[in-house]
Structures are given as structure tokens and as C-alpha cells.
Design a protein around this ligand. Structure first.
Ligand SMILES: [Fe+2]
Length: 199
């Protein structure tokens, strides 16, 4: 019997080797900015979660350049690995600070093509996890299996500091409620697909 895995949602994870060298300084810088910039995300249900979405562009701040470059490189790797022969540009970048009881409801970034989340400060065993939901999940008649994860309704990534998760912007995702007293900080990015590349 021949099987085709048609139309999969491809999520990729990468790790920044130099994360340890930049985390401390950037975390203090982020916490300083948080005091100066009002929170965005006015249409979010999770209004207590601090975000600079639409309020502060990390792409224009050289202090974030090392992480911005790493994330751009991760996008380039994703595109190359999957033979996507289109150019991409980074449309926006922002950061999020989660305190105890903060969360973010399921949502997508459908105005864009690819999105990325970088874990700037998090404890992988204590902080809230990032969840993805299978498209059209919750239909009662869909195939289920306890032994094959491709049929799972949802899938989580641990918040590993220094890791980035790249995913199609249309894929629904959320952050579960933060139960730890330890602050969880993420950077988020959206990318748009442009013209076909030369190669
Ligand atoms: Fe998101």
C-alpha cells in the first residue's frame, strides 16, 4: 500500500548556541523597555499578558540584532530545507512577557506566511508551553490514534530558552496559563512571502 502525507503543517525548531552569552543583558533591556512602553494586543482576550505587538518594533532596535539575525537564518534554513523557491521578508517583530497566570488564547497570524517564536527567557520544565492545534481539530468524526502522533489534535513545544519554533502563520497556536513565578519572555516574528527567488 502506498501512503501520501498530503498538505502537512511543517513546524521546525532550532537552537541558538550563543544564547547564554546574550540572555542576561537582553532580559534586563526587555524589562526596562516594558516599563517605558505601553502594552499592545488590544484585541487579545488575554489582556494581562504584556506584549509590544504594534507598539515596539524589535527589528529597528540594534540591541536585538543578534537574535533577529538568528531567527532570519532559521527562516532561511526552513525555506531551503523545504525547497520553497520564494523570497521572504520579515514584516514585524515584537516581544511578550508572561507573568504568573498570564496566557494567550488560540489564534493565528493569517495576514502573513511564516511566523517564528524565540524563547528569550524561560525554564523548559516550569514555564508555560506553546501549543499548536491541528487544523479543523475537534471534529468528532476525525481519525484518532493513541499510537500515531500525526492524528493528534494538538502538540506542544517546551519553552526551551534559546530555541526558536518556525511555523506556517495560519496554524492555530496558544500559550497555556503560566503557573510559575518565573518570568517567561518570548520574541515573535512574522514573515511575508514575496516574488520567486532566482534559484
Ligand atoms: Fe502568535
Amino acid at each position: 500500500m502506498n501512503f501520501n502525507y498530503l498538505f502537512p503543517s511543517v513546524v521546525a525548531q532550532d537552537f541558538f548556541d550563543d544564547h547564554g552569552k546574550i540572555e542576561k543583558n537582553l532580559v534586563s533591556y526587555v524589562m526596562k523597555l516594558k516599563k517605558e512602553i505601553k502594552s499592545g494586543g488590544r484585541n487579545w482576550v488575554s489582556k494581562d499578558t504584556y506584549t509590544t505587538l504594534n507598539e515596539y518594533d524589535v527589528l529597528k532596535d540594534d540591541k536585538f540584532k543578534t537574535i533577529n539575525d538568528f531567527v532570519m537564518n532559521a527562516i532561511a534554513n526552513y525555506i531551503n530545507e523545504l525547497h520553497i523557491n520564494y523570497n521572504f521578508n520579515c514584516a514585524s517583530g515584537w516581544f511578550n512577557v508572561y507573568g504568573k497566570n498570564d496566557f494567550q488564547e488560540y489564534h493565528n497570524h493569517v495576514a502573513h506566511t511564516l511566523s517564528a517564536i524565540y524563547f528569550l527567557k524561560s525554564n523548559q520544565n516550569e514555564n508555560a508551553r506553546l501549543w499548536f492545534k491541528r487544523p479543523f481539530a475537534n471534529r468528532s468524526n476525525d481519525i484518532k490514534s493513541d499510537k500515531n502522533e500525526i492524528f493528534d489534535e494538538r502538540y506542544f513545544y517546551k519553552p526551551i530558552s534559546g530555541s526558536v519554533v518556525v511555523f506556517p502563520s495560519s496554524l492555530e497556536h496558544c500559550v497555556e496559563k503560566e503557573t510559575s513565578n518565573k518570568t517567561r519572555i518570548t520574541m515573535a516574528y512574522n514573515f511575508n512571502m514575496n516574488n520567486k527567488s532566482e534559484v
